[in-house]
Design a protein. Structure first.
Length: 641
């Protein structure tokens, strides 16, 4: 063995391997020593022995998109489906799920194969419509239809059983201590007696008119809130006003109509109602009742289901091919036989049929003309953009080039990076995000290239001025700043007065005597509960229930009052009455506690399995760029002059 190792060390293969390792150290800085690992398959999600390949991820996302398109009634692209953080949330959940299942398998939670097969044989979708028995052929056909192999499907059932089994065991063994409910019941049913008096702003005095020095000090203290952010002013060149386009010729109109004849034709539409039953027997009863003349609403009510009504619906709007075939194969007022759909059995009744018809040029002439006019307008704008770029390449200034091509220049007032005016007011209409991003990518006096905003809209930005962030002048905010200073000073005076009075009570003076010294009246509360804050105020309840018997308290009750008092008596809850309340509290808390423990267990299992995901790889699997695009520009109307 040693001689073989020595022989390999002297060979050209060993030298080549050392070169590869050296390159890895140079490129990766020594942080990625596992060079050969990059030659293996890459996974979107991985956790221990569990992983999700790009192909499996794409297949799963295709199924999710199909379901979403059926619900939305329109086509959806992947960027729209996974936008607003949806992909990351999905991958995080998937990685935690894989991590937990990997841990559960290694921990010995492994459902038997017979248990899985028995559950599959009870699924109604896999039963033969004629014999009513489980059909292996139908099972295979249905899985093929949804692009899932039997191994994948059985694995899903196995994972589901593992999760349910663990959750059931967790729920059966987890018992919330009785003391939790007892504490809450004791606090709820406990009552207290107390006395207090109210300290008002009038007793403490009010603030006068602030000086400039006091306002300046307050402004400096609140600099982070008052500082105006950086703003920028720009000139924007628009190429959208290309003048009225010439009317399209009759030959172009006819050519476009012939090209789009099929798309412009009106499809057949039907008005119908569908009722979905959980099994074949119930569906047969529903079909018989409908054929007997009963109203669909009455039949649905009798079978405790909700009817789905469709009005003037084309075939393309129905996501389930079997249901669509049945509905569009019926005559008016005819009832279908039960159809096995994706979920349950569907019975349909057609009430009206609106035949489709081929479009004529007379029907859609205006639509075709407007379409051609829009194309001509976009082409004219693009020619103007090309002329502008040619003029700039010839060395002409922006102003000269704009005059030659006939563009228009609008002025953007000082705006912040969030698109609002310097004072925080909204701009109407809102500026497109692309325009704002371009403004913040330029230096003062710089000019951008032509930016394509989509929808045949183009613009050029010249950044005219940059106003750095700064505090506003005192004169501009004197009134609101003075009001804020008065509020703060009044609060300080009130707090100081209340603290002084409370100190006298804590020092041993009689509560009534202290109250009388400021002209206040003693109030008495008997049998107060924590729920009586509405009548007495939060400060009173916090003071009475936050202090021991005979202990003074001082609490702010409202924005401009304090309460100073003493707790005189504490009456504990009656055990006979507290016991059932305690059990109710415990039962309410048990569900939340179980969920929290379960979530913690799943996260911990995922961490132990070293679960992780690759968002960039997931996007590539969907045919998208590795990084999510910036927010799309709004095709809003350009800002007014």
């Amino acid at each position: 063995m040693l001689s073989a190792i020595r022989a390999f060390a002297k060979s050209k293969w060993a030298i080549g391997l050392l070169v590869v390792m050296a390159l890895a150290l140079v490129v990766g800085g020594g942080s990625q020593m596992d060079v050969l690992a990059n030659l293996g398959p890459k996974h979107v999600v991985s956790a221990g022995d569990r992983n999700l390949s790009q192909a499996e991820f794409r297949s799963e996302m295709d199924r999710i998109r199909d379901q979403a398109q059926q619900q939305a009634g329109r086509a959806l692209d992947f960027e729209e489906l996974i936008g607003e953080g949806g992909l990351r949330q999905y991958l995080e959940q998937k990685s935690q799920q894989f991590g937990f299942l990997n841990w559960a398998w290694k921990a010995g939670i492994r459902p038997g194969k017979e248990l899985i097969l028995r559950q599959i044989r009870q699924t109604p979708e896999f039963f033969d419509n004629v014999t009513g028995q489980f059909s292996e052929d139908q099972y295979q056909a249905r899985l093929t239809e949804i692009n899932v192999t039997p191994e994948m499907f059985e694995a899903q059932f196995r994972d589901q059983y593992s999760t349910q089994h663990y959750g059931s065991a967790l729920g059966a063994g987890l018992r919330l201590p009785r003391i939790y409910g007892a504490i809450l019941a004791s606090q709820t049913l406990e009552t207290r007696d107390g006395r207090w008096f109210t300290v008002t702003q009038a007793m403490a005095g009010t603030a006068g008119v602030p000086t400039d020095a006091q306002l300046t000090a307050l402004m400096n203290q609140s600099a982070d809130q008052l500082r105006l952010p950086e703003s920028r002013t720009a000139s924007v060149v628009l190429f959208d006003d290309a003048g009225p386009a010439a009317a399209p010729t009759e030959a172009r109109i006819e050519e476009r109509f012939n090209f789009r004849r099929d798309a412009l034709s009106l499809p057949e539409k039907r008005t119908f109602v569908t009722l979905t039953a959980p099994n074949r027997a119930a569906a047969d009863r529903i079909a018989a009742a409908l054929r007997a003349g009963q109203a669909p609403a009455d039949v649905a009510r009798a079978n405790s289901i909700q009817p789905a009504e469709y009005v003037d619906t084309p075939r393309s709007a129905l996501g389930d091919a079997a249901v669509a075939g049945a509905v569009f194969g019926l005559a008016a007022n005819e009832v279908s036989a039960p159809v096995q759909a994706g979920v349950g059995f569907v019975v349909a009744k057609v009430t009206a049929i609106q035949p489709g018809r081929a479009a004529t040029l007379a029907d859609v002439r205006e639509q075709v003309v407007q379409e051609l006019r829009a194309e001509d307008a976009r082409a004219a704008v693009y020619r103007r953009v090309e002329a502008y770029e040619k003029a700039r390449q010839e060395g002409k200034t922006l102003d000269v080039a704009v005059r030659e091509v006939g563009g228009r220049v609008i002025q953007i007032p000082p705006i912040r990076e969030d698109g609002k005016l310097r004072n925080g007011q909204e701009i109407t209409p809102a500026l497109p995000p692309q325009l704002i991003q371009t403004m913040w990518s330029l230096g003062q006096g710089a000019e951008s290239e032509v930016v394509d905003m989509g929808q045949g809209q183009y613009f050029v930005v010249r950044l005219d001025a940059i106003t750095p962030a700064a505090l506003p002048p005192l004169a501009a905010i004197r009134e609101p700043l003075a009001r804020q200073w008065v509020l703060r000073e009044n609060a300080r005076l009130l707090g100081a007065r209340a603290s002084a009075l409370a100190a006298r009570v804590r020092g041993g003076e009689d509560l009534a005597a202290v109250a009388a010294s400021v002209g206040a009246t003693i109030q008495t509360g008997t049998g107060l509960s924590r729920q009586s804050a509405e009548q007495n105020g939060q400060g009173v309840i916090a003071g009475v229930f936050g202090s021991a018997r005979g202990e003074p308290f001082s609490q702010q009750n409202t924005d401009d009052t304090f309460v100073i008092g003493r707790t005189d008596r504490i009456t504990a809850a009656v055990p006979a009455l507290a016991a059932p309340v305690a059990e109710q509290f415990r039962q309410r808390m048990a569900g939340d506690h179980l969920n929290a423990v379960g979530e913690t267990a799943i996260r911990t299992a995922a961490e132990r399995s070293k679960a992780r995901y690759d968002e960039a790889l997931a996007r590539l699997a969907l045919g998208l760029p590795a990084e999510a695009p910036a927010a799309p520009a709004s095709p809003a109307t350009p800002p007014a002059r």
